[in-house]
Design a protein around this ligand. Structure first.
Ligand code: GDP
Length: 445
């Protein structure tokens, strides 16, 4: 889903990621590329313009050049604006209506309405335990009525019969009565599709809407139609008080333009995504998760936010400078690193937010022992003299005994800490010499 857009945006933003310095000029350059990526994804032009404008204003307004990692800051701003564009949070179905709560489903022919009615009915019945009835008011295509009947039977949902010789308003009134008598929680009404927005059918659906008095009026639209999806959503929204949009066929949509434009253009939230032809091919639309997916970044953003709040930037900068000058990494630096990690919720929390690491499925508490050891190390280092911290080679037999006593640990604990420190020191040296260390440290801020 949205792979093409994802690849383009990730490619552009990757160039920024490692940048230690950003100027208005290279922000502008990056934004030019983001703009092209969005246009290629078929995001509507006014939406692209306003999006780029907001990102630029924020990037310049927050003066990203002052942050420890300006490139990463810009990416975060792009992420925030993507989420904002798509609606900030998930809008769930509102079924607060005296039962039966009516859901009216509208859209162009072939958008996936009938399939979506089946998916919603299935979800509400089998996941939420609701009593669900479905009915088709599509009197123009007997095949559509039959399609819904077959679908309803396959998922064991109550089907209210209708036929091509009936009036759609009568069908709706009859179904409402039947749903009420059968003590249904929800009645989902499928409506006639149209090939394009035409006046006569719009009048009809308005009448159907008035009779149904739905608590949810959902516009179903094919994600792959890009900007056309936005145009038809707007037309339907003007005819009917839409409460939300369901974007279908996102499984085949590499571009994602509709997903990014609909909310901004119509002001109506996307509530679900159709992600396949099967009955369970539907998922709730979460703007933040979609933005993360588009940017291919797991939940690294939360990690960056935490680092922003919790990492002592001054200390991190100092360490980078020190290592740059070729000075060694000492026990005091080691202690600082452990403290930073603790501040950010420990190893387990850090790993959970890294892309690819979150699904390692480590048993809960698996890393707890490591943190316990690290905390012991902090106590041990605290019991050393500043000179010992700087020159660990000084720490021999009698000093070890004193340190163990002072920190309430055993000599072997002191040995372990020194060994771990030596390993980390070696790693730092290796990374420092390749310039990787600098990148990693900056990545932390
Ligand atoms: P309607 O005319 O709006 O009622 O559209 P249908 O429900 O008959 O669907 C039209 C076609 O789109 C059918 O072949 C569906 O299987 C297919 N379809 C619907 N939703 C999805 C989806 O989310 N993903 C995919 N791949 N196909 C879908």
């Amino acid at each position: 889903m949205f792979e093409q857009l994802g690849d383009r945006l990730q490619g552009t933003l990757k160039k920024l990621r490692g940048q230690a310095r950003l100027t208005e000029e290279n922000i502008s350059d990056a934004m030019r590329e983001v703009r092209i990526a969005l246009l290629e994804a078929d995001v509507s032009l006014p939406v692209v313009k306003s999006f780029i404008g907001k990102v630029k204003a924020k990037a310049i307004g927050t003066d990203v050049s002052k942050s420890l990692n300006p490139g990463q800051m810009v990416i975060k701003i792009v992420q925030d604006e993507l989420v904002e564009l798509m609606g900030a949070a998930n809008d769930a179905l509102n079924l607060a209506q005296t039962p039966p709560a009516v859901i009216l489903v509208a859209g162009l022919q072939g958008a996936g309405k009938t399939t979506t009615v089946g998916k919603l009915a299935n979800l509400l019945k089998h996941r939420e335990g609701k009593r669900v009835m479905v009915v088709s008011a599509d009197v123009y295509r007997p095949a559509a009525i039959l399609q819904l009947k077959t679908l309803a039977e396959s998922i064991d949902v109550t089907y209210h019969p209708s036929s091509a010789d009936q009036n759609p308003v009568d069908i709706v009134n009859g179904a409402k009565l039947a749903a009420k008598n059968a003590v249904m929680d929800v009645l989902i009404v499928d409506t006639a599709g149209r090939l394009h927005v035409d006046q006569q059918l719009m009048q009809e659906i308005k009448a159907v809407h008035a009779a149904a008095n739905p608590v949810e009026t959902l516009f179903v639209v094919d994600s792959m139609t890009g900007q056309d999806a936005v145009v038809s959503a707007k037309a339907f929204d003007e005819a009917l008080p839409l409460t939300g949009v369901i974007l279908t066929k996102t499984d085949g949509d590499a571009r994602g333009g509709a997903a990014l434009s609909i909310r901004e253009v119509t002001g109506k939230p996307i509530k679900f995504l159709g992600i396949g032809e099967k009955i369970d091919g539907i998922e709730a639309f979460h703007p933040d998760r979609i933005a993360s997916r588009i940017l291919g970044m797991g939940d690294v953003m939360t990690l960056i936010e935490e680092a922003e709040q919790k990492v002592d930037k001054e200390k991190a900068e100092k360490l980078v400078k020190k290592l740059k000058k070729g000075k060694g990494f000492d026990l005091e630096d080691y202690r600082d690193q452990v403290a930073q990690m603790n501040n950010m919720g420990g190893i387990e929390s850090l790993m959970g937010k890294l892309p690819g690491m979150g699904n390692l499925n480590l048993p809960a508490g698996a890393m707890g022992g490591v943190m316990g050891d690290m905390n012991k190390s902090v106590a041990i280092i605290n019991s050393m003299t500043p000179k010992e911290r700087q020159f660990p080679a000084l720490i021999k037999g009698s000093r070890k005994k004193r340190i163990a006593l002072g920190s309430g640990t055993q000599i072997q604990d002191v040995n372990k800490t020194l060994k771990q420190f030596t390993q980390m020191q070696k790693m730092m040296k290796k990374m420092g010499s390749k310039g990787k260390m600098m990148k990693m440290m900056r990545g932390m801020g």
